[in-house]
Design a protein around this ligand. Structure first.
Ligand code: ARG
Length: 457
């Protein structure tokens, strides 16, 4: 039986009933819905709408319903549209007249916003846990492999030698920013919407501050129309999730490449790969490919939400029901992907020899060669040209920069001395780089120490 039965003569068309039902996905909000209702009932008692007896009955009923849903005994039906109506209808079944009073001063419009905010407080905390776990794994791996060196790439070309740990910490810092983004998002959504009603509040003297305290919100919302129209908090949460996914996807893409036979920089644990149904030799990095693939869908969640909101007239419109699927999907996917990535990082092994080989057999020290000349007074642009010429000469002769003789180098510039050969060894660059945040062993150690403290706090 629908609560608006009084206004309607006919029944809802069965096709519309199915079309408009959100219970298939918003049932995930049941615990939050019940939590909100319990607080609302407490407040209704405080202001005299419910007597103590009725309030007790309602709270008991709601807790029973929670258990029914927990255990899978609860009967769901499209006819009741959404999670709010399911719980209310069941409560009335259980408590009769008392249950009929629960929706006093409340609309599903402020109720659904409350449920989503409560869901996100928990959901984003779960993502944050996942971030923390992955950050810890990255830091540990960086410390363990701190002597391993590799080429750093731009344009997928070997660019400059870096410690593998510096590479790992690069991804670490991106994910660390994601934690800040999440906490900012949490701060902004920490506002109680309940009490805004359908859009204009209520003549019933609702005590919103009481509910706020009960539910642990920092503030109550200040404009009832904005409150039921607002989905910024959902967009913020999906954006934060999408950004995490994009970070994970870029990292995943690297690891996929590093695990190819062509690179052989790392190997992934069997548990996180699958085989081929046809090719016996294959070991495919499915876990990472799926993170990359799911990133597309979470980015689409963000775009989808924007499209729902664009041009939506004030205030609530049923379009807003379509916010649930992208939101729930984005939060769930970010959390799961972080957990999978943590396993990948913990389980992967670095092939020190291959990484080092790639770093040594390259023209990357051309940068250091140019800096060597710069330190001896040559303008950098000119030094760049000299080192570039050296690279071209080596390429023609099939040798590396370190194979050149001092005489050959002196022909390019008289500033070259014997010490240049030490200067352009990959290991030297890693010891000598001095700028803050640079790819040097010293900077990496500093960062690891500082970040251990951060993660402990
Ligand atoms: N299931 C609805 C949603 O998620 C709840 C709010 C319904 N409000 C309304 N005026 N029909 O948006």
């Amino acid at each position: 039986m629908k609560p608006w039965g009084g206004r309607f003569k006919g029944q809802t068309d069965p096709l519309l009933e199915k079309f408009s039902a959100s219970i298939g996905f918003d049932r995930e909000l049941y615990r939050h819905d019940i939590k909100g209702s319990i607080a609302h009932a407490g407040m209704l008692e405080k202001i005299g709408i419910l007597n103590a007896q009725e309030k007790k009955k309602i709270v008991r009923g709601l807790k029973e319903i929670e258990k029914e849903i927990d255990s899978g005994r609860f009967q769901f039906s499209d006819a009741l549209e959404d999670i709010h109506m399911h719980i209310e209808a069941r409560l009335i079944e259980k408590t009769g007249e008392a249950g009929k009073k629960l929706h006093t001063g409340r609309s599903r419009n402020d109720q659904v916003s409350l449920d989503m905010r409560l869901f996100l407080k928990e959901g984003l905390a779960g993502i944050d846990e996942g971030l923390k776990g992955l950050l810890g794994a990255l830091l540990k791996k960086a410390e363990k492999e701190k002597d391993v060196i590799m080429p750093g790439y731009t344009h997928m070309q070997r660019a400059q030698v870096v410690p593998f740990a510096h590479y790992l910490l690069g991804h670490y810092f991106a994910l660390r920013r994601d934690r800040d983004r999440l906490s900012e998002c949490l701060r902004r959504l920490d506002v109680l919407p309940l009490g805004s009603g359908a859009l204009a509040g209520s003549t019933i003297p609702l005590d919103r501050q009481w509910v706020r305290k009960k539910l642990g919100f920092a503030k109550v919302s200040r404009n009832s129309m904005d409150t039921v129209a607002d989905r910024d908090f959902a967009v913020d949460a999906v954006y934060s999730s999408a950004m995490i996914m994009v970070h994970l996807s870029r990292f995943a893409e690297d690891l996929i490449i590093f695990a190819t036979e062509e690179f052989s920089f790392i190997s992934l644990p069997d548990e996180l790969c699958t085989g081929s149904s046809l090719m016996p030799h294959k070991k495919n990095p499915d876990s990472l490919e799926l993170i990359r693939g799911k990133t597309g869908r979470v980015a689409a969640d963000l775009f989808g939400l924007f499209m729902i909101l664009k041009g939506l007239p004030y205030t609530y419109n049923r379009d807003l029901q379509e916010d649930k699927e992208p939101l729930l999907h984005a939060v769930r996917t970010a959390k799961d992907s972080l957990a999978i990535m943590e396993l990948c990082v913990k389980g992967m092994t670095a092939d020190k020899k291959n990484m080092e080989k790639a770093a040594v057999e390259s023209f990357m020290p051309a940068v250091e060669m140019a800096e060597y000349l710069t330190m001896k007074g040559m303008p950098f642009r000119q030094a760049h040209g000299v080192a570039g010429t050296a690279v071209r000469m080596c390429e023609e002769k099939g040798m590396r920069l370190g194979d050149m003789t001092l005489a050959q180098l002196k022909k390019l510039s008289v500033l070259f001395e014997k010490d240049v050969f030490d200067f352009i060894r990959p290991q030297s660059a890693l010891k000598m780089r001095r700028s803050e945040g640079s790819a040097s062993f010293k900077e990496v150690s500093k960062v690891i120490d500082a970040e251990k403290k951060y993660l402990r706090s």
